[in-house]
Design a protein around this ligand. Structure first.
Ligand SMILES: Nc1ncnc2c1ncn2[C@@H]1O[C@H](COP(=O)(O)OP(=O)(O)OP(=O)(O)O)[C@@H](O)[C@H]1O
Ligand SMILES: [Mg+2]
Length: 463
Protein backbone atom coordinates (compact mmCIF):
# COMPACT_ATOMS: atom_id res chain seq x y z
CA UNK A 1 0.00 0.00 0.00
CA UNK A 2 1.37 3.41 -0.90
CA UNK A 3 1.70 5.83 2.02
CA UNK A 4 0.47 8.73 -0.14
CA UNK A 5 -2.86 8.47 -1.83
CA UNK A 6 -2.05 7.89 -5.48
CA UNK A 7 -5.12 9.72 -6.74
CA UNK A 8 -4.17 12.87 -4.85
CA UNK A 9 -0.73 13.26 -6.37
CA UNK A 10 -0.10 15.88 -9.00
CA UNK A 11 1.84 13.38 -11.11
CA UNK A 12 -1.16 11.12 -11.34
CA UNK A 13 -3.51 13.99 -12.11
CA UNK A 14 -1.15 15.17 -14.77
CA UNK A 15 -0.95 11.67 -16.20
CA UNK A 16 -4.77 11.44 -16.35
CA UNK A 17 -5.05 14.85 -17.97
CA UNK A 18 -2.44 13.84 -20.49
CA UNK A 19 -4.25 10.61 -21.13
CA UNK A 20 -7.52 12.50 -21.77
CA UNK A 21 -5.89 14.83 -24.27
CA UNK A 22 -4.08 11.94 -25.88
CA UNK A 23 -7.27 9.88 -26.17
CA UNK A 24 -9.20 12.82 -27.65
CA UNK A 25 -6.61 13.37 -30.34
CA UNK A 26 -6.34 9.64 -31.04
CA UNK A 27 -10.12 9.39 -31.43
CA UNK A 28 -10.13 12.38 -33.77
CA UNK A 29 -7.37 10.84 -35.84
CA UNK A 30 -9.14 7.48 -36.01
CA UNK A 31 -12.44 9.18 -36.94
CA UNK A 32 -10.65 10.78 -39.83
CA UNK A 33 -9.26 7.40 -40.88
CA UNK A 34 -12.76 5.90 -40.65
CA UNK A 35 -14.31 8.63 -42.74
CA UNK A 36 -11.69 8.09 -45.41
CA UNK A 37 -12.03 4.29 -45.58
CA UNK A 38 -15.39 2.88 -44.49
CA UNK A 39 -17.15 6.21 -45.18
CA UNK A 40 -15.66 6.26 -48.63
CA UNK A 41 -17.04 2.78 -49.41
CA UNK A 42 -20.56 3.87 -48.37
CA UNK A 43 -20.41 7.00 -50.49
CA UNK A 44 -19.07 5.04 -53.46
CA UNK A 45 -21.92 2.49 -53.33
CA UNK A 46 -24.54 5.21 -53.15
CA UNK A 47 -22.99 7.09 -56.04
CA UNK A 48 -22.91 3.95 -58.23
CA UNK A 49 -26.60 3.24 -57.54
CA UNK A 50 -27.46 6.88 -58.19
CA UNK A 51 -25.62 6.76 -61.54
CA UNK A 52 -27.57 3.70 -62.55
CA UNK A 53 -30.86 5.31 -61.59
CA UNK A 54 -29.96 8.31 -63.72
CA UNK A 55 -29.17 5.98 -66.65
CA UNK A 56 -32.46 4.10 -66.32
CA UNK A 57 -34.39 7.35 -65.97
CA UNK A 58 -32.98 8.41 -69.33
CA UNK A 59 -34.06 5.11 -70.92
CA UNK A 60 -37.53 5.54 -69.46
CA UNK A 61 -37.74 9.09 -70.78
CA UNK A 62 -36.69 7.92 -74.24
CA UNK A 63 -38.59 4.72 -74.68
CA UNK A 64 -41.02 4.53 -71.84
CA UNK A 65 -41.67 1.40 -69.82
CA UNK A 66 -40.80 -1.10 -72.58
CA UNK A 67 -37.28 0.28 -73.03
CA UNK A 68 -36.81 0.39 -69.26
CA UNK A 69 -37.87 -3.26 -68.88
CA UNK A 70 -35.68 -4.22 -71.79
CA UNK A 71 -32.62 -2.49 -70.31
CA UNK A 72 -33.22 -4.03 -66.89
CA UNK A 73 -33.50 -7.51 -68.41
CA UNK A 74 -30.24 -6.95 -70.26
CA UNK A 75 -28.40 -5.61 -67.27
CA UNK A 76 -29.71 -8.41 -65.03
CA UNK A 77 -27.90 -10.95 -67.16
CA UNK A 78 -24.55 -9.76 -65.88
CA UNK A 79 -25.44 -7.79 -62.80
CA UNK A 80 -22.16 -7.89 -60.81
CA UNK A 81 -23.04 -6.26 -57.46
CA UNK A 82 -26.12 -4.54 -58.90
CA UNK A 83 -29.69 -5.48 -57.98
CA UNK A 84 -32.78 -4.71 -60.09
CA UNK A 85 -36.48 -5.34 -59.85
CA UNK A 86 -39.39 -4.21 -62.01
CA UNK A 87 -42.90 -5.24 -60.94
CA UNK A 88 -46.19 -4.83 -62.69
CA UNK A 89 -49.22 -3.10 -61.14
CA UNK A 90 -50.43 -6.36 -59.62
CA UNK A 91 -46.99 -7.29 -58.30
CA UNK A 92 -45.96 -9.67 -61.11
CA UNK A 93 -42.20 -9.88 -61.83
CA UNK A 94 -41.34 -8.20 -65.15
CA UNK A 95 -37.57 -8.03 -64.94
CA UNK A 96 -34.66 -8.03 -62.53
CA UNK A 97 -32.43 -10.31 -60.48
CA UNK A 98 -34.33 -9.99 -57.19
CA UNK A 99 -37.03 -12.57 -56.42
CA UNK A 100 -39.41 -10.28 -54.60
CA UNK A 101 -40.04 -6.80 -53.36
CA UNK A 102 -38.00 -6.38 -50.14
CA UNK A 103 -39.88 -6.16 -46.90
CA UNK A 104 -38.43 -2.81 -45.80
CA UNK A 105 -39.54 0.80 -45.61
CA UNK A 106 -37.27 3.50 -47.06
CA UNK A 107 -35.65 6.02 -44.72
CA UNK A 108 -36.08 9.77 -44.88
CA UNK A 109 -33.39 10.01 -47.57
CA UNK A 110 -35.21 7.51 -49.81
CA UNK A 111 -32.68 4.68 -49.25
CA UNK A 112 -33.57 1.34 -47.72
CA UNK A 113 -31.33 -1.32 -46.23
CA UNK A 114 -32.54 -4.88 -46.30
CA UNK A 115 -31.56 -8.53 -46.41
CA UNK A 116 -32.29 -10.56 -49.50
CA UNK A 117 -31.81 -14.21 -50.33
CA UNK A 118 -29.75 -15.34 -53.23
CA UNK A 119 -29.35 -18.74 -54.77
CA UNK A 120 -25.82 -20.02 -54.42
CA UNK A 121 -24.05 -23.29 -55.14
CA UNK A 122 -25.00 -24.76 -51.78
CA UNK A 123 -28.51 -23.54 -51.02
CA UNK A 124 -29.63 -20.02 -50.35
CA UNK A 125 -27.46 -17.19 -49.00
CA UNK A 126 -28.76 -14.22 -47.06
CA UNK A 127 -27.02 -10.98 -48.03
CA UNK A 128 -27.23 -7.33 -47.12
CA UNK A 129 -28.37 -4.86 -49.74
CA UNK A 130 -29.04 -1.18 -50.17
CA UNK A 131 -31.43 0.21 -52.72
CA UNK A 132 -33.85 2.93 -53.82
CA UNK A 133 -37.36 2.20 -55.09
CA UNK A 134 -39.68 4.23 -57.34
CA UNK A 135 -43.35 3.95 -58.28
CA UNK A 136 -43.84 4.65 -61.96
CA UNK A 137 -47.18 5.78 -63.48
CA UNK A 138 -49.89 3.08 -63.70
CA UNK A 139 -48.61 1.22 -60.62
CA UNK A 140 -45.29 -0.07 -61.95
CA UNK A 141 -42.51 -0.52 -59.39
CA UNK A 142 -38.79 -0.09 -60.01
CA UNK A 143 -35.99 -0.96 -57.56
CA UNK A 144 -32.29 -0.27 -58.16
CA UNK A 145 -29.73 -1.27 -55.59
CA UNK A 146 -26.50 -2.98 -54.74
CA UNK A 147 -25.30 -5.94 -52.75
CA UNK A 148 -23.37 -4.48 -49.79
CA UNK A 149 -22.51 -7.70 -47.98
CA UNK A 150 -18.81 -7.49 -48.79
CA UNK A 151 -18.68 -3.78 -48.05
CA UNK A 152 -20.34 -4.36 -44.68
CA UNK A 153 -17.74 -6.96 -43.83
CA UNK A 154 -14.86 -4.63 -44.68
CA UNK A 155 -16.58 -1.88 -42.73
CA UNK A 156 -16.94 -3.99 -39.62
CA UNK A 157 -13.30 -5.05 -39.94
CA UNK A 158 -12.26 -1.39 -40.01
CA UNK A 159 -14.49 -0.36 -37.11
CA UNK A 160 -13.30 -3.34 -35.10
CA UNK A 161 -9.66 -2.44 -35.72
CA UNK A 162 -10.29 1.20 -34.82
CA UNK A 163 -12.12 0.30 -31.61
CA UNK A 164 -9.25 -1.92 -30.59
CA UNK A 165 -6.77 0.84 -31.39
CA UNK A 166 -8.65 3.25 -29.10
CA UNK A 167 -8.96 0.71 -26.31
CA UNK A 168 -5.28 -0.16 -26.56
CA UNK A 169 -4.23 3.48 -26.57
CA UNK A 170 -6.27 4.15 -23.46
CA UNK A 171 -5.01 1.06 -21.67
CA UNK A 172 -1.35 1.73 -22.49
CA UNK A 173 -1.71 5.39 -21.50
CA UNK A 174 -3.34 4.49 -18.21
CA UNK A 175 -0.75 1.86 -17.36
CA UNK A 176 2.07 4.26 -18.33
CA UNK A 177 0.57 7.06 -16.23
CA UNK A 178 0.16 4.79 -13.23
CA UNK A 179 3.67 3.44 -13.60
CA UNK A 180 5.16 6.92 -13.93
CA UNK A 181 3.36 8.34 -10.93
CA UNK A 182 4.11 5.29 -8.79
CA UNK A 183 7.77 5.60 -9.70
CA UNK A 184 7.76 9.29 -8.86
CA UNK A 185 5.87 8.62 -5.65
CA UNK A 186 8.36 6.05 -4.50
CA UNK A 187 11.12 8.62 -4.81
CA UNK A 188 9.14 11.39 -3.13
CA UNK A 189 8.39 8.95 -0.37
CA UNK A 190 12.08 8.19 0.08
CA UNK A 191 12.82 11.91 0.29
CA UNK A 192 10.08 12.27 2.91
CA UNK A 193 11.49 9.41 4.96
CA UNK A 194 15.02 10.83 4.84
CA UNK A 195 13.77 14.31 5.82
CA UNK A 196 11.92 12.75 8.72
CA UNK A 197 15.16 11.12 9.93
CA UNK A 198 17.02 14.41 9.54
CA UNK A 199 14.32 16.28 11.47
CA UNK A 200 14.59 13.74 14.23
CA UNK A 201 18.19 14.80 14.75
CA UNK A 202 20.34 12.78 12.36
CA UNK A 203 21.88 15.88 10.78
CA UNK A 204 24.54 13.92 8.92
CA UNK A 205 21.88 12.06 6.91
CA UNK A 206 21.39 13.16 3.29
CA UNK A 207 18.54 12.80 0.79
CA UNK A 208 18.87 10.01 -1.79
CA UNK A 209 19.95 11.01 -5.31
CA UNK A 210 18.80 8.65 -8.08
CA UNK A 211 21.49 9.87 -10.48
CA UNK A 212 19.07 10.66 -13.30
CA UNK A 213 19.72 14.41 -13.08
CA UNK A 214 16.00 15.22 -13.24
CA UNK A 215 14.09 17.79 -11.19
CA UNK A 216 13.79 15.50 -8.18
CA UNK A 217 17.53 14.91 -8.23
CA UNK A 218 18.16 18.63 -8.51
CA UNK A 219 15.80 19.25 -5.62
CA UNK A 220 17.61 16.60 -3.59
CA UNK A 221 20.99 18.07 -4.44
CA UNK A 222 19.89 21.58 -3.46
CA UNK A 223 18.42 20.35 -0.21
CA UNK A 224 21.60 18.39 0.50
CA UNK A 225 23.73 21.46 -0.19
CA UNK A 226 21.47 23.34 2.21
CA UNK A 227 21.92 20.63 4.84
CA UNK A 228 25.70 20.75 4.35
CA UNK A 229 25.59 24.48 4.94
CA UNK A 230 23.42 24.09 8.02
CA UNK A 231 25.69 21.39 9.40
CA UNK A 232 28.79 23.50 8.77
CA UNK A 233 27.13 26.45 10.51
CA UNK A 234 26.11 24.29 13.44
CA UNK A 235 29.65 22.98 13.81
CA UNK A 236 30.96 26.55 13.53
CA UNK A 237 28.54 27.73 16.19
CA UNK A 238 29.48 24.89 18.46
CA UNK A 239 33.15 25.75 17.99
CA UNK A 240 32.47 29.39 18.80
CA UNK A 241 30.60 28.54 21.99
CA UNK A 242 33.23 25.99 22.97
CA UNK A 243 35.99 28.49 22.36
CA UNK A 244 34.20 31.28 24.14
CA UNK A 245 33.57 29.02 27.10
CA UNK A 246 37.13 27.75 27.06
CA UNK A 247 38.88 31.02 26.51
CA UNK A 248 36.77 33.30 28.63
CA UNK A 249 36.29 30.99 31.59
CA UNK A 250 39.87 31.12 32.84
CA UNK A 251 40.34 34.91 32.63
CA UNK A 252 36.94 35.37 34.27
CA UNK A 253 37.92 32.96 37.04
CA UNK A 254 41.26 34.71 37.49
CA UNK A 255 39.51 38.04 37.70
CA UNK A 256 37.03 36.77 40.25
CA UNK A 257 39.70 35.08 42.39
CA UNK A 258 41.87 38.15 42.47
CA UNK A 259 38.93 40.26 43.63
CA UNK A 260 38.08 37.70 46.29
CA UNK A 261 41.65 37.49 47.54
CA UNK A 262 41.89 41.27 47.63
CA UNK A 263 38.69 41.45 49.69
CA UNK A 264 40.03 38.90 52.21
CA UNK A 265 43.24 40.84 52.67
CA UNK A 266 43.55 43.94 54.70
CA UNK A 267 44.98 46.31 52.10
CA UNK A 268 45.33 50.03 51.68
CA UNK A 269 42.93 52.12 49.56
CA UNK A 270 45.71 52.64 46.97
CA UNK A 271 46.09 48.94 46.56
CA UNK A 272 42.34 48.55 46.13
CA UNK A 273 42.49 51.19 43.49
CA UNK A 274 45.33 49.42 41.73
CA UNK A 275 43.46 46.09 41.72
CA UNK A 276 40.32 47.73 40.41
CA UNK A 277 42.25 49.36 37.58
CA UNK A 278 43.74 46.02 36.59
CA UNK A 279 40.30 44.47 36.75
CA UNK A 280 38.89 47.12 34.42
CA UNK A 281 41.74 46.54 31.96
CA UNK A 282 41.09 42.82 32.01
CA UNK A 283 37.36 43.31 31.58
CA UNK A 284 38.12 45.49 28.55
CA UNK A 285 40.21 42.67 27.14
CA UNK A 286 37.41 40.21 27.70
CA UNK A 287 34.97 42.55 26.00
CA UNK A 288 37.15 42.92 22.93
CA UNK A 289 37.58 39.14 22.71
CA UNK A 290 33.81 38.80 22.97
CA UNK A 291 33.30 41.37 20.24
CA UNK A 292 35.83 39.70 17.98
CA UNK A 293 34.18 36.30 18.45
CA UNK A 294 30.74 37.71 17.72
CA UNK A 295 31.98 39.44 14.62
CA UNK A 296 33.58 36.23 13.35
CA UNK A 297 30.36 34.37 14.04
CA UNK A 298 28.40 36.98 12.08
CA UNK A 299 30.80 36.79 9.15
CA UNK A 300 30.63 33.00 9.16
CA UNK A 301 26.86 32.84 9.39
CA UNK A 302 26.68 34.08 5.78
CA UNK A 303 23.38 35.83 6.46
CA UNK A 304 25.10 39.16 5.74
CA UNK A 305 25.33 38.24 2.06
CA UNK A 306 21.89 39.74 1.44
CA UNK A 307 22.84 43.12 2.88
CA UNK A 308 25.98 43.61 0.80
CA UNK A 309 26.43 46.93 -0.97
CA UNK A 310 28.92 48.47 -3.35
CA UNK A 311 32.06 49.40 -1.40
CA UNK A 312 34.99 51.54 -2.57
CA UNK A 313 38.26 49.71 -1.68
CA UNK A 314 40.35 52.88 -1.90
CA UNK A 315 38.14 54.68 0.64
CA UNK A 316 38.23 51.77 3.08
CA UNK A 317 41.98 51.45 2.94
CA UNK A 318 42.55 55.21 3.33
CA UNK A 319 40.21 55.36 6.33
CA UNK A 320 41.87 52.38 8.01
CA UNK A 321 45.36 53.81 7.46
CA UNK A 322 44.28 57.18 8.81
CA UNK A 323 42.83 55.53 11.93
CA UNK A 324 46.11 53.74 12.68
CA UNK A 325 48.44 56.63 11.76
CA UNK A 326 48.88 57.82 15.38
CA UNK A 327 49.55 54.33 16.74
CA UNK A 328 52.07 53.67 13.95
CA UNK A 329 53.87 56.93 14.71
CA UNK A 330 54.03 56.05 18.39
CA UNK A 331 55.80 52.85 17.37
CA UNK A 332 58.17 54.68 15.04
CA UNK A 333 56.49 53.37 11.86
CA UNK A 334 55.08 55.13 8.79
CA UNK A 335 52.07 53.91 6.85
CA UNK A 336 52.38 54.31 3.08
CA UNK A 337 49.06 54.12 1.20
CA UNK A 338 48.81 53.18 -2.48
CA UNK A 339 45.14 52.87 -3.41
CA UNK A 340 43.93 52.68 -6.98
CA UNK A 341 40.77 54.71 -7.53
CA UNK A 342 37.65 53.68 -9.42
CA UNK A 343 37.39 50.05 -8.23
CA UNK A 344 34.43 48.53 -6.47
CA UNK A 345 33.59 45.39 -4.54
CA UNK A 346 30.28 44.08 -3.25
CA UNK A 347 30.53 43.57 0.43
CA UNK A 348 29.86 44.48 4.01
CA UNK A 349 31.66 47.75 4.67
CA UNK A 350 31.97 47.31 8.41
CA UNK A 351 33.49 43.83 8.20
CA UNK A 352 35.87 44.74 5.38
CA UNK A 353 37.09 47.77 7.37
CA UNK A 354 37.55 45.63 10.45
CA UNK A 355 39.53 43.03 8.49
CA UNK A 356 41.89 45.69 7.10
CA UNK A 357 42.37 47.40 10.45
CA UNK A 358 43.18 43.98 11.94
CA UNK A 359 45.92 43.54 9.31
CA UNK A 360 47.34 47.02 9.93
CA UNK A 361 47.12 46.41 13.68
CA UNK A 362 49.13 43.20 13.25
CA UNK A 363 51.74 44.97 11.11
CA UNK A 364 52.22 47.56 13.85
CA UNK A 365 52.09 45.05 16.72
CA UNK A 366 54.06 42.16 15.25
CA UNK A 367 55.84 43.76 12.28
CA UNK A 368 58.39 46.08 13.87
CA UNK A 369 61.70 45.78 11.99
CA UNK A 370 64.23 43.73 13.89
CA UNK A 371 67.38 44.46 11.88
CA UNK A 372 68.59 48.04 11.75
CA UNK A 373 68.80 48.22 7.95
CA UNK A 374 65.09 47.45 7.30
CA UNK A 375 62.64 50.22 6.42
CA UNK A 376 60.30 51.33 9.15
CA UNK A 377 57.28 51.44 6.87
CA UNK A 378 54.01 49.58 6.44
CA UNK A 379 52.79 49.49 2.84
CA UNK A 380 49.04 49.38 2.49
CA UNK A 381 47.60 49.02 -1.02
CA UNK A 382 44.50 48.22 -3.05
CA UNK A 383 44.81 47.28 -6.71
CA UNK A 384 43.40 45.04 -9.42
CA UNK A 385 45.33 41.81 -9.98
CA UNK A 386 45.85 39.99 -13.31
CA UNK A 387 42.64 37.99 -12.97
CA UNK A 388 40.56 41.12 -12.36
CA UNK A 389 40.18 40.70 -8.60
CA UNK A 390 40.52 43.50 -6.11
CA UNK A 391 43.61 42.85 -4.01
CA UNK A 392 44.14 44.49 -0.64
CA UNK A 393 47.66 44.10 0.69
CA UNK A 394 49.34 45.02 3.99
CA UNK A 395 53.11 44.53 4.05
CA UNK A 396 55.62 45.16 6.83
CA UNK A 397 59.35 44.68 7.29
CA UNK A 398 59.27 42.86 10.61
CA UNK A 399 60.21 39.29 11.50
CA UNK A 400 57.36 37.78 9.40
CA UNK A 401 55.65 34.44 9.95
CA UNK A 402 57.56 31.22 9.12
CA UNK A 403 56.06 29.41 6.10
CA UNK A 404 54.96 26.38 8.12
CA UNK A 405 53.00 28.55 10.58
CA UNK A 406 51.05 30.48 7.94
CA UNK A 407 48.15 28.07 7.71
CA UNK A 408 47.84 27.97 11.49
CA UNK A 409 47.72 31.71 12.28
CA UNK A 410 44.20 32.10 10.84
CA UNK A 411 42.84 29.63 13.38
CA UNK A 412 41.02 30.98 16.39
CA UNK A 413 43.12 31.94 19.42
CA UNK A 414 46.38 31.02 17.69
CA UNK A 415 49.24 33.33 18.65
CA UNK A 416 52.83 32.57 17.78
CA UNK A 417 55.49 32.18 20.43
CA UNK A 418 57.13 35.45 19.34
CA UNK A 419 53.98 37.41 20.15
CA UNK A 420 53.55 36.17 23.68
CA UNK A 421 54.41 39.54 25.15
CA UNK A 422 52.11 41.64 22.95
CA UNK A 423 48.47 42.15 23.91
CA UNK A 424 45.83 40.35 21.85
CA UNK A 425 43.71 37.24 21.79
CA UNK A 426 44.67 35.62 18.48
CA UNK A 427 41.38 36.34 16.77
CA UNK A 428 42.41 39.13 14.36
CA UNK A 429 43.40 36.88 11.44
CA UNK A 430 40.47 34.52 12.10
CA UNK A 431 38.17 37.41 11.34
CA UNK A 432 40.15 38.31 8.19
CA UNK A 433 39.78 34.75 6.99
CA UNK A 434 36.05 34.63 7.81
CA UNK A 435 35.50 37.94 6.00
CA UNK A 436 37.35 36.59 2.95
CA UNK A 437 35.12 33.51 2.90
CA UNK A 438 31.98 35.62 3.28
CA UNK A 439 33.01 37.65 0.22
CA UNK A 440 34.09 34.62 -1.86
CA UNK A 441 37.65 35.82 -1.56
CA UNK A 442 40.91 34.50 -0.12
CA UNK A 443 43.77 35.42 2.22
CA UNK A 444 47.40 34.74 1.31
CA UNK A 445 50.59 35.16 3.32
CA UNK A 446 53.87 35.82 1.55
CA UNK A 447 57.40 36.67 2.52
CA UNK A 448 58.16 40.39 2.14
CA UNK A 449 61.96 39.89 2.43
CA UNK A 450 61.98 40.75 5.25
CA UNK A 451 58.56 40.85 6.83
CA UNK A 452 55.09 39.63 6.10
CA UNK A 453 52.82 40.53 3.23
CA UNK A 454 49.17 39.62 3.69
CA UNK A 455 46.82 39.91 0.72
CA UNK A 456 43.07 39.76 0.80
CA UNK A 457 41.63 39.33 -2.70
CA UNK A 458 37.94 39.66 -3.51
CA UNK A 459 35.97 39.46 -6.75
CA UNK A 460 35.55 42.94 -8.22
CA UNK A 461 32.02 44.25 -8.72
CA UNK A 462 30.97 45.95 -11.93
CA UNK A 463 29.60 49.39 -11.37
N1 LIG B 1 52.50 41.10 10.49
C1 LIG B 1 52.85 40.08 11.27
N2 LIG B 1 54.14 39.80 11.50
C2 LIG B 1 54.51 38.74 12.27
N3 LIG B 1 53.63 37.92 12.86
C3 LIG B 1 52.34 38.15 12.68
C4 LIG B 1 51.86 39.22 11.88
N4 LIG B 1 50.52 39.18 11.87
C5 LIG B 1 50.18 38.14 12.65
N5 LIG B 1 51.23 37.52 13.13
C6 LIG B 1 51.23 36.33 14.00
O1 LIG B 1 49.98 35.69 13.89
C7 LIG B 1 49.36 35.58 15.15
C8 LIG B 1 47.88 35.68 15.01
O2 LIG B 1 47.47 36.96 14.63
P1 LIG B 1 46.09 37.50 15.03
O3 LIG B 1 45.89 38.84 14.44
O4 LIG B 1 45.11 36.45 14.71
O5 LIG B 1 46.14 37.60 16.59
P2 LIG B 1 46.82 38.70 17.49
O6 LIG B 1 47.22 39.85 16.67
O7 LIG B 1 47.87 38.02 18.28
O8 LIG B 1 45.64 39.11 18.44
P3 LIG B 1 44.40 40.04 18.09
O9 LIG B 1 44.49 40.32 16.66
O10 LIG B 1 43.24 39.22 18.45
O11 LIG B 1 44.54 41.24 18.93
C9 LIG B 1 49.94 36.69 15.95
O12 LIG B 1 49.88 36.43 17.31
C10 LIG B 1 51.37 36.74 15.43
O13 LIG B 1 52.13 35.79 16.10
MG1 LIG C 1 45.98 40.83 15.37
Amino acid sequence: MLPINLLKTSTFRLAVLYLGLFAASAIMLLAYVYWNTAGFLVRQTDEAVQAEITGLAEQYAQGGLPLLVHTVIQRSRDPGQSLYLVLGPSGQLLAGNLDARPNATPGADGWMDFIYSRRALEGVELKAARARAFFLPEGFYLLVGRDVQERREIESLITGALAWAIALTLALGLVGGLFMSRNMLARVDEINRSSQDIMEGDLSRRLPIAGTGDELDQLGQNLNAMLDQIEALMIGMRQVTDNVAHDLRSPLNRLRNRLEVTLLQDVSPEEYRHVLERTIAEADNLLSTFNALLMIARAEAGSLRESMTGVDPAAIIRDAAELYEPLAEENGLTIVVDAREGMQVRGNRELLSQALTNLIDNAIKHGKPTDAGAEATIEVSARLDESGRVQFAVADHGPGVPAHERARVVERFVRLEASRNTPGSGLGLSLVSAVARLHNGRVDFEDNYPGLRVTLSLPAATR
